[in-house]
Design a protein around this ligand. Structure first.
Ligand code: PLP
Length: 407
């Protein structure tokens, strides 16, 4: 993407004009959450101004309009993910809730004492803790795929972990710390050869690379709206129809039922069986707008431009003495984590902040990964298509100053 395209894109994000301690904001914390374009902000307002009424079953005009918008948003997500059926798209609060849903409901239906769940060493806590809770509840074992020193999963070790007690595999598509893009298609194929279903945590993938759940043959795929330019509080679980039909509801309440008596409740059809309570229909329609916006720019253009940015920042970081890039896989997404000498990442982050630069520091909700690397965490830069090489240059100069102050 050329300079004028990026400038136009930047002008569509009001927050990029904010001053932080009197400095222009440089926002390199997109892995945590992305900023919102004006069209998404407008869509939220439009929803409340013109079609706010609780959805489904309402006979009145506004309710029907709101229902239609919400269900159209489901169709937009379905198309975006390359799924075939709207029924396979469940709206959740985010990736975390989507994984908890599967860990609970799949666990109830298919897991017993002595069974095993396989995850990887580079998972976010939201793809560790729900499985640990299941393992505790059902007296099961959590098995962990290791990685090599570059941050690439060891697929031979993975194959050896699978056995007749493995009930499900759950791995991240892209690591939020290392940036590694995992070979999830292959991971899925290997599990499927033994009839084991696979959940993919797509939180860090969908904003950056083209995802097609059918091509991947994923059984479940989860992502968060707020990481792809949509509001907080809305996310998605894709699940193959056969699995969603085979597992029980996650939460009980309105919307997810067909009939209720004090003796017995029957459940609604897909996907409503998994959507107890009033759904975030403003969030879902804003998510659809965000997906439209991203598709208008083009995921391929986004991936290529963000790749340029990550290559550039990596090259510039390596100019600095005692620089250690954490995560050196060949296939990396828009995340670059690093450490400088013995300087604590927190100190770097604090001082960069005073210069208007937002980066994330710490273990990034992947504490076991930091432990396995024997590091206190990292400084993490994570990029969006609205970032620029000029911003990277300002960041590198600021980082050099900060290192000078801390050395
Ligand atoms: N998985 C990964 C890889 C993440 O990076 C994150 C958030 O940073 C999550 C899951 C959790 O996402 P959320 O907090 O939106 O549910």
């Amino acid at each position: 993407m050329d300079k004028s395209t990026i400038e136009k894109i930047r002008s569509e994000f009001p927050i990029l004009n904010e001053k932080i301690y009197n400095k222009s904001l440089i926002y390199f914390d997109n892995g945590a959450t992305t900023q919102k374009p004006q069209c998404v902000l407008d869509r939220i307002n439009y929803g409340y101004e013109h079609l706010n009424a609780n959805i489904h079953r309402g006979v009145h005009f506004l309710s029907q309009l709101a229902t239609e918008a919400h269900e159209n948003a489901r169709k937009a997500v379905c198309d975006f993910l390359g799924a075939t059926k709207r029924e396979e798209i469940v709206f959740t609060r985010g990736t975390t809730e989507a994984i908890n849903l599967v860990a609970f409901s799949f666990g109830e239906a298919f897991c017993n004492e002595g069974d095993e769940v396989v995850i990887s060493v580079m998972e976010h806590h939201s793809n560790i803790v729900p499985w640990q809770m299941l393992c505790e509840r059902k007296k099961m074992k959590l098995r962990v795929i290791p990685m090599n020193e570059k941050g690439v999963l060891d697929l031979d070790a993975y194959k050896k972990l699978l056995n007749e007690r493995t009930r499900i595999v759950s791995v991240t598509h892209v690591s939020n710390v290392l940036g590694t893009v995992n070979p999830v298609k292959e991971i899925i194929e290997i599990a499927h050869a033994q009839n084991i279903p696979v959940l993919i945590d797509g939180a860090q993938a969908v904003p950056h690379i083209q995802v097609n759940v059918k091509e991947l043959d994923a059984d479940f795929y989860a992502f968060s709206g707020h990481k792809i330019y949509a509001p907080t509080g809305i996310g998605v679980l894709y699940g193959k129809e056969k699995w969603l039909n085979a597992i029980p509801p996650y939460q009980g309440g309105g919307e997810m039922i067909a009939t209720v008596t004090f003796e017995k409740t029957t459940y609604n059809e897909l996907p409503f069986k998994f959507e107890a309570g009033t759904p975030d229909y403003i969030g879902s329609t804003a998510l659809a707008e965000a997906l439209r916006y991203v598709q208008e720019i083009g995921i391929e253009n986004i991936a290529a431009y963000e790749h340029e940015l990550t290559e550039y920042v990596t090259k510039r970081l390596l100019e600095i003495e005692n620089m250690r890039i954490i995560g050196q896989a060949e296939d990396k997404s828009a995340v670059v984590s690093f450490l400088v000498g013995n300087i604590h990442p927190y100190d770097v982050g604090m001082l960069l902040d005073r210069l208007g630069i937002a980066v994330r520091t710490g273990h990034h909700c992947a504490q076991p990964l930091s432990d396995s690397l024997e590091i206190p965490g990292t400084v993490r830069t994570s990029f969006s298509f609205y970032n620029t090489k000029d911003e990277i240059d300002v960041f590198i100069e600021a980082l050099k100053r900060v290192i000078g102050m801390l050395s």
